[in-house]
Ligand binder design. Structure first.
Ligand code: ATP
Ligand code: MG
Length: 357
């Protein structure tokens, strides 16, 4: 019997609905598997915690997470608290504190889902986007002077270290190597950004020499958006900086049918600390409390969590259950044009897990 310690952090908005659903699915896969057990600890950090304590999570919060095997996260974002406080005070604090420097975002069109690309067959769109998750454009360095005056000025400094660039590119090449097509597209903007992005390109060429079996190419970020829409089949694994990948992965999620489906993992590839898995959507206050949230993005994140723990069989079973559910239009939530609720989808996934080993 293998036992894993899992932290759940629902956070805000529909995070409080989809993370408990994710936990139910994890319990269902464990009980139907027999050789697997999860010990959950829930952390009620987020907007409500901020209103009581003035911080999104406690000072020693990272210590509580370090002993876990993995983290299932919901969303950080509250209608009454500025976004930069909720983001930096919780999600980024964890990602940076646990050095989860690789953000991995698989994108596929699941069975039964009708994406906006009408000429695109499901097998034409099967990508993994790797996002640099620790530095770059979101390093937080910068400042404002002369606020409110005509001479006001502000900067956001993008910091890229050779170590940081090298480790994310090496991670991406290794991931590309593990996939059937062994193909990597390195996103750049070195035509306009003349310093850090030029170093990024140089490091890519250098790391590429360690992976002679990976076919790789370079694409400007602007051209990449058009290529994702017009020639999705020419892409497989994609690696980009923090900002570039942030934008490209939202486009990817939309092309795959709904923001509510897409999963992500914030990974520490060296496994010094637990990695954190979450749906890519945010708090979605417009549907909060209605029971409408699509839990598939969280369930797919559970699949990534299980894969990361090395529980490949359990991961495959949850993915098969998700695909069986998306294939049935009666189980589509409103974001997919259906009428099903979070609970209906959760029950259907659990029922599938109980029926199939
Ligand atoms: P945040 O500010 O935390 O990013 P948000 O209000 O911008 O949150 P998102 O979660 O980013 O909202 O999503 C935008 C919209 O997409 C939501 O308002 C919601 O209508 C829809 N949406 C997102 N996730 C889901 C989901 N899991 N199920 C159903 N609809 C969703
Ligand atoms: Mg948002």
């Amino acid at each position: 019997m293998k036992t894993y310690k899992i932290a759940t952090i629902p956070g805000d908005g529909i995070g409080k609905e989809v993370v408990p659903a994710g936990r139910i699915v994890m319990e269902a896969v464990a009980s139907s598997q027999g050789d697997l057990r999860f010990e959950f600890e829930n952390f009620d950090w987020g907007g409500d915690y901020y209103r009581q304590h003035g911080v999104m999570m406690p000072e020693d919060g990272l210590d509580a997470l370090r002993g876990k095997d993995a983290i299932l996260f919901g969303s950080a974002g509250d209608a009454n608290i500025p976004d930069h406080i909720t983001l930096w005070g919780l999600r980024l604090k964890i990602c940076q504190g646990l050095d989860q420097y690789a953000n991995v975002r698989p994108t596929r069109i699941l069975p039964g889902i009708d994406g906006p690309l009408k000429r695109c067959a499901p097998e034409d769109l099967d990508w993994v986007i790797v996002r640099e998750n620790s530095e770059g454009e979101y390093s937080g360095v910068g400042g404002r002077v002369h606020q409110g005056h005509p001479i006001e000025a502000a900067t956001d400094v993008s910091i890229m270290t050779r170590v940081g660039v090298e480790r994310i590119l090496r991670f991406a090449f290794r991931l590309a190597q593990s996939r059937p097509r062994k193909q990597l597209t390195v996103i750049t903007k070195s035509n306009a950004q003349r310093h850090a992005m030029v170093m990024w390109d140089e490091v890519a060429a250098q790391v590429a020499r360690e992976f002679p079996d990976v076919a790789w190419d370079k694409e400007l970020v602007d051209a990449a958006t058009a290529r994702m829409v017009n020639r999705p089949r020419t892409l497989d694994t994609i690696v980009a900086t923090n900002l570039h990948a942030d934008i490209l992965s939202d486009l990817a999620a939309a092309l795959a049918g709904s923001l509510g489906i897409a999963p992500t993992g914030n990974i520490d590839p060296e496994r010094r600390y637990p990695s954190m898995f979450e749906p890519i959507h945010g708090s979605a206050f417009d549907i909060m409390g209605k029971g409408w949230a699509n839990p598939v993005g969280t369930f797919w994140s559970v699949v990534m969590l299980l894969e990361h723990l090395g529980e490949a069989a359990a991961a495959r079973r949850v993915m098969a259950a998700i695909e069986a559910v998306t294939a049935d239009p009666a189980l589509h939530t409103r974001d997919l044009g259906g009428q099903a609720g979070t609970d209906d989808v959760t029950r259907a996934v659990c029922a599938h897990l109980a029926r199939h080993d």
